[in-house]
Design a protein around this ligand. Structure first.
Ligand SMILES: Cc1ncc(C[n+]2csc(CCOP(=O)(O)OP(=O)(O)O)c2C)c(N)n1
Ligand code: SF4
Length: 288
């Protein structure tokens, strides 16, 4: 029996990806997410960004908690740490503190980050740990089959709110801005080119960078953060938005009905590693 030839389109696409160098950053495990899940674009975005920036595979670590989003480290060819539910940031901080030369990227869902892990974000932001935190916001708990999360919209029917979610969602961008995060941006899985640009910028920032990524859960949310709804709701930050203006960033962050995509805020200030150096110098020692 002869083996059917690979369709020309697939062949060309595969060659393009291979030649771009991006495959180097993909693991042999294919993502186990549901077809259509927004998270596929995020893997693409991270591998593109790593390739563009020439990130060294053996000098980078992705750290995740628990949830569909947190399966991410299995699908990329970087060092990975699939830690406990909600504990992304303490583990990522420890890794970066132990070896300041590593590129450290924290990954997690909205439940992982803002429910069980919510208390850690303010500390990572205020300390300005030089890591990137990619928060995959599908507004629901996907892995555990569709419960309400702190970022679920009012009125969403879920397994824990069968009579509609009565609570207002948290405003994650306002929280990060007021915690003092030194880089705050927002992207959407349905706009993969822009997403990739934002991941690159977030990783390049020296300090704590927080990228909020809106991403549909096609299995458990058919009415709220869907591709159709988000496609209509998202907008760009105004052309004249000044990312050094915290008040302007907060003003933009207030509009949760029309989430703006782009870089809200960037500030340059000493990182946790710099602070250690200063303390160590005062104490007459040195950091290795
Ligand atoms: C200590 C602990 N509590 C609860 C759970 C159950 N649990 C696993 S994933 C998850 C929520 C994941 O939701 P989210 O972070 O939004 O990620 P998604 O699956 O939507 O990507 C929960 C509650 C757990 N694994 N460990
Ligand atoms: S359950 Fe939702 S978040 Fe999880 S893989 Fe499926 S579509 Fe994605």
């Amino acid at each position: 029996m002869s083996i059917p030839a690979m369709p020309v389109f697939v062949d060309v696409k595969l060659r393009e990806v291979q030649e771009s160098g991006r495959l180097e950053y993909r693991s042999r495990s294919l993502p186990t997410w549901c077809p259509g899940c927004g998270y596929f674009s995020i893997v693409e975005g991270v591998t593109h960004a790593c390739n563009e920036m020439g990130i060294s595979r053996d000098q980078s670590v992705v750290v995740s908690g628990i949830g569909c989003a947190s399966r991410f480290p299995f699908f990329v060819n970087l060092y990975g740490f699939h830690t406990l539910h909600g504990r992304v940031l303490p583990v990522a901080t420890g890794i970066k503190t132990a070896n300041d030369r590593l590129t450290v990227i924290g990954i997690g869902g909205d439940g992982d980050g803002f429910a069980i892990g919510g208390g850690h974000i303010s500390h990572a932001a205020k300390r300005n740990v030089d890591i990137t935190y990619l928060l995959f916001d599908n507004g629901i708990y996907g892995l555990t089959k569709g419960q309400t999360s702190p970022l679920s919209a009012v009125g969403l029917r879920t397994t824990t709110t069968p009579f509609e979610n009565p609570e207002r969602p948290l405003n994650p961008l306002m929280m990060l801005l007021s915690y003092g995060a030194s880089w705050v941006g927002q992207a959407y899985a349905g706009h993969p080119d822009h997403l990739r640009e934002m991941i690159t910028q977030a990783v390049a920032h020296r300090g704590f960078s927080y990228l909020h990524i809106l991403s549909p859960c096609v299995t458990f949310d058919k009415t709220s953060k869907t591709y159709v709804n988000l496609g209509l709701q998202v907008r760009k930050l105004p052309e004249n938005h000044d990312p050094s203006n915290l008040m302007a960033a907060m003003h933009q962050a207030q509009d949760m009905d029309h989430p703006a995509l782009g870089l809200y805020y960037q500030q340059f200030r000493p990182t946790l590693g710099d602070t250690f150096e200063q303390v160590s110098a005062k104490a007459g020692g040195h950091n290795t």
